[in-house]
Design a protein around this ligand. Sequence first.
Ligand SMILES: Nc1ncnc2c1ncn2[C@@H]1O[C@H](COP(=O)(O)OP(=O)(O)OP(=O)(O)O)[C@@H](O)[C@H]1O
Ligand SMILES: [Mg+2]
Length: 273
Amino acid sequence: MLEFKGLTKQFRDTIAVKPATLTIPDGQMVGIIGRSGAGKSTLLRMINRLNEPSGGQMLFHGRDITALKGRELRQWRNECAMVFQQFNLVGRLDVLTNVMSGRLFHHGFISSMAGMFSAKERAFAIRALDRLGMAHVALQQTDTLSGGQMQRVAIARALVQEPRIMLADEPIASLDPLNAKVVMDALRAINQEDGLTVVCNLHTLDTARQYCDRIIGMQDGVIVFDGTAKQLTDKAAREIYGAEAEEAFSEAMTSTTLRPSDKPEAATPRVVN
Ligand SMILES: Nc1ncnc2c1ncn2[C@@H]1O[C@H](COP(=O)(O)OP(=O)(O)OP(=O)(O)O)[C@@H](O)[C@H]1O
Ligand SMILES: [Mg+2]
C-alpha cells in the first residue's frame, strides 16, 4: 500500500502538486488524467523521487519513502520501474542488452558494464521479452524496431527490475491506436497476472476508462476526481479538462479505440506466466 500524506511539490513560483493525500492499495491499476500542466508527471515522479517532494510524506507499507537516502533510495527507485513516453532505450544496442540493463541494480555496475550477465539473467530477460511477444527480436538492434515494439521492450526492461510498482508516464502518447492497445493490454495483463501496482499518466479518457480500476483527475495541481471509470461521467471529465475538454474527448477516438481501418491481426503480446 502506497500512501501520500499531504505530498506537495513546488518549483520556484509554481506549485505543481498541492498537498495530496491518497492511498493506493497493492495491485491496483491507477490512471492519472488531466490537462497539460495539471501536475500528472510531477505526482508520478515524486513516487520514485525523481522529483523531490517539497513537503508532506509518502509511505510504502508504512515505510517512509520521503526519508530514504543513498543506497536505500536507489533500491526504492529500482522497486519502482518506470516506463516513459519516449521509451528511453539505447537504440544502437540490441534488444536483449537493453532489457538486461534493467538488472543493473541487482547485478552491480562494474560487471554489468563489462557485459557479464549470467546465463540465468539472460534467460530471465528472454522470458520477460517473451511475455511481451518480443523474444524473436532479442538480438536485433533496438533502433530498427517500431515505436510499439520499443515500448514493449521498455516494459520488459521494467519487468526484469522485479519492481513492486510500475510507473508509466504517458506510455502510449507516441503510438498509433493499434500499438497503443497492445501496450496497454500488456500493462493490464502484468497488473492482473503479477498483482503489480500500475500507476500511469494517460492523456486520453477512453484509455483510462477502459483499462484502469481507478482514475485520478488532476487540475492545477489538485486532485479533483478520484473514482472508478463508471463514476467518471462525461460531466465529471469535462470539469477535469476544463477548456481542453473537447480535445480530450476527440482524442478518445484516436488512442486505444480501434477503428475499422486498424488491423487487429498485428502482433499481440502473449503475456503468460
Ligand atoms: N522542472 C520544473 N521546473 C519548473 N517548473 C516545472 C518543472 N516541472 C514541471 N513544472 C511545472 O509544474 C506544473 C506541472 O507540470 P507537469 O509536468 O507535472 O504537468 P503534466 O500534467 O504532466 O502536463 P503534461 O500533460 O503536459 O505532461 C507545470 O506548470 C510545469 O510547468
Ligand atoms: Mg506530463
